[in-house]
Design a protein around this ligand. Sequence first.
Ligand SMILES: O=C(O)CCC(=O)C(=O)O
Length: 331
Amino acid sequence: MFRIYMHRERASIADRESQRDTSRMSTTITFETPVADHDPALYTSHGEFSPIEGLAAVDNDAVAQYDRDGFLVVRSAFAAERINDALAELRAMSEAVDPDCAQVAFEGVMRRHIDEALGPDADVGDLDLRDRDEVSRILSMIDPQVRARMVRKFMGFTKTHPPLGAIANDKAMRAAIERLVGEPTKLFQTMALVKPPGGREKPWHQDHAYFDLPLDAKICGVWIALGHVTAQNGAMFMLRGAHRDGPVVHFKRRDWQICDTEIAGKQPVALEMEAGDLVFFDAKIPHGTPTNRTNEQRWALQFHYVPRSVEQIAQEMRLAVFGSEGKDVEC
Ligand SMILES: O=C(O)CCC(=O)C(=O)O
């Protein structure tokens, strides 16, 4: 089943995984609005970072590094076989008319293809969003490989796609997260980020700004590279240590984001990685990813874990801190 959204934002819900990740689900489709390109200077890398080797190396020193820098890169966290299985699953989802997950978001360029499929007298705005068969018919008219290269992200898939669920629930990774957070955690949100060729920037932001969760909750994000990741194809850029400066007000510009002027002149670091490497990051670390300037997709999985004891807060409390333009947003 499909539900279609023409815009990027929709209601944010606490404990997103448990509410959306049911077996056989209705997929929400989002055709994003095309956005302006970014200033390349926002993504100039300064300096190095100090990765550790393997999840077993998450010891007290690594925890101290995570607390100090706001992120920790782990090389070779997952074996090639697990990564290849995940990638095969995601490739199949990208080509499917129904990817069987909670949400799929297409890049803005997809709107042009929908317009073409609808013919000369109609455009994407005329599509009857409630008509599942019609939507499937239109999506089927676009070559699956072309369609696949316009997918930006999937959300909510751990129950319906076991190779992806197995990574989100990997014992060694969960144990490392528990060490970093200092208490038992639960899976809160899942995403697969398929930055396609020309795929848009995810502007600078703090993930906590998107979550209706207490400000002092220690939320841990994990971003897992499923291929070679470089500054050119859309690596994660982070502002080392800036999580300790606390929340930053966000504004609706190219996305719900930190203002470019806040980032200009700062010294971010690009986290270039290989398949199977990952970065653990604090949900208050400012980060962003540039446009993919290559011809290949940049595949990544991103999961968020929250302390089991954490309860949802009212959206108004989040907006009072991160800015009132952030209603019903999702990162
Ligand atoms: O992988 C990306 O391009 C962006 C990931 C990210 O920062 C997010 O979705 O919050």
